[in-house]
Ligand binder design. Structure first.
Ligand code: NAP
Ligand code: ZN
Length: 360
């Protein structure tokens, strides 16, 4: 008979899990593997609440294997290292993002694109093929054991709470900008959806010297977008007159919207040769109008987080440019309310759980 999550491994662990598609989280006892030669054991300090955690807790994508302990924006402190680990020592502040494993052998892994490896292991709701096929559990928990390749140095000048969201939201914004060539200073970037990903995309875009326009469905976010987050302008997606005025004005758009929405207005905002990169993951397909793409030689692409090397580069870039997330720091027992608010786009702009001080 399969062992219970609490008995699978030698190290006792404690976190909060969703047990079914209600998505409601509650305390959960489980276990973590013994720290092996290549491993780093981390005491979790803070963990960001990504919309992917909500999609997963509610099984909106249809592949959640309950119980699920979400959380892939983890900042913590090293408490143990294996014999083969040279990069980290006990006491170091480190980060763990969306992935904790990959095959390490394929071309994709050799090119530092572990995030696209066919055998990628996600930080939660995934299965370890490199150890014993047990499930992965994320950062809404007291500790985690991770192969050192997937552990990041967390720069000293980044705050561990407001820096945590960089581990998913930060790299998800940074990677497509680099890959799709969306960093030319002075070019015009549209950011669709001003949530966790969106607000960091604004900040990274400004650090690259872009002109940034927020495209949002929330009129209440206009002031903050410009005054606090540093965007140059704000476009309300429900205002057809304003949208019309802005048609053909943007070089690039990063679409972070988490729900089904129309792509046609976004494609219309692009200039000739403009690029629209979607990173949001709505639970149903979006309709893609072909005529405006063809007639404007426009490009639509996607992007999934980033590899470990690029994630480290992004953390160092954010440390250099003082880019952190605007956060609402919460206790673990606020998580169900936080999830309800996240579903309503009611967060400024990322919930971060003070795990070490509130996990009970
Ligand atoms: P979030 O904080 O909830 O932000 C999403 C934003 O989308 C909201 O703040 C809202 O912005 C807009 N939005 C939500 N519902 C909408 C609707 N019905 N119509 C129009 N706009 C709507 O979520 P997040 O954590 O940034 O994540 C965003 C999406 O990216 C999620 O689907 C998540 O799973 C996905 N994701 C992808 C990757 C990747 O690697 N590709 C990584 C992380 C997350 P406004 O209020 O401004 O309209
Ligand atoms: Zn995420």
């Amino acid at each position: 008979m399969a062992k219970s999550p609490e008995e699978e491994h030698s190290q006792k662990a404690f976190g909060w899990a969703a047990r079914d598609s209600s998505g409601i989280l509650s305390p959960f006892r489980f276990s973590r593997r013994e720290n092996a030669d290549d491993d780093v054991t981390i005491k979790v300090l803070f963990c960001g609440v990504c919309h992917s955690d909500l999609h997963s807790a509610k099984n909106e994508w249809g592949f959640t294997n309950f119980p699920v302990v979400p959380g892939h924006e983890i900042v913590g402190v090293v408490t143990n290292t294996g014999n083969n680990v040279e990069k980290f020592k006990v006491g170091d502040r480190v980060g763990v993002g969306v992935i904790v494993g990959s095959c390490m052998k394929c071309d994709t892994c050799q090119e530092d694109l572990e995030n696209y490896c066919p055998q990628v292991i996600y930080t939660y709701n995934s299965q370890h093929h490199d150890h014993d096929r047990t499930k992965t559990y994320g950062g809404y928990s007291d500790m985690i054991v991770v192969h050192h390749r997937y552990v990041l140095r967390f720069p000293d000048n980044l705050p561990p709470d407001a820096g945590a969201p960089l581990l998913c939201a930060g790299i998800t914004a940074y990677s497509p900008m680099k890959y799709y060539g969306m960093t030319e200073p002075g070019k015009h970037l549209g950011v669709a959806g001003l949530g966790g990903l969106g607000h960091i995309t604004v900040k990274i875009g400004k650090a690259f010297g872009l002109k940034v326009t927020v495209i949002s469905s929330s009129p209440a976010k206009e002031d903050e977008a410009i005054k606090t987050l540093g965007a140059d302008s704000f476009l309300l997606s429900s205002d057809p007159a304003k949208l019309k005025e802005a048609m053909g004005s943007m070089d690039y758009i990063i679409d972070t919207v988490s729900a089904v929405h129309a792509l046609a207005p976004l494609i219309g905002l692009l200039k000739l040769n403009g690029k629209l990169v979607t990173v949001g993951l709505p639970d149903k397909p979006l309709e893609l109008p072909i005529f405006p793409l063809v007639l404007g030689r426009k490009l639509v692409g996607g992007s999934d987080i980033g590899g470990m090397k690029e994630t480290q580069e992004m953390l160092d870039f954010c440390a250099k440019h003082n880019i952190t997330s605007d956060i609402e720091l919460i206790r673990m027992d606020y998580i169900n309310t936080a999830m309800e608010r996240l579903a309503k786009s009611d967060v400024r702009y990322r919930f971060v759980i003070d795990v070490a001080n509130s996990l009970t």
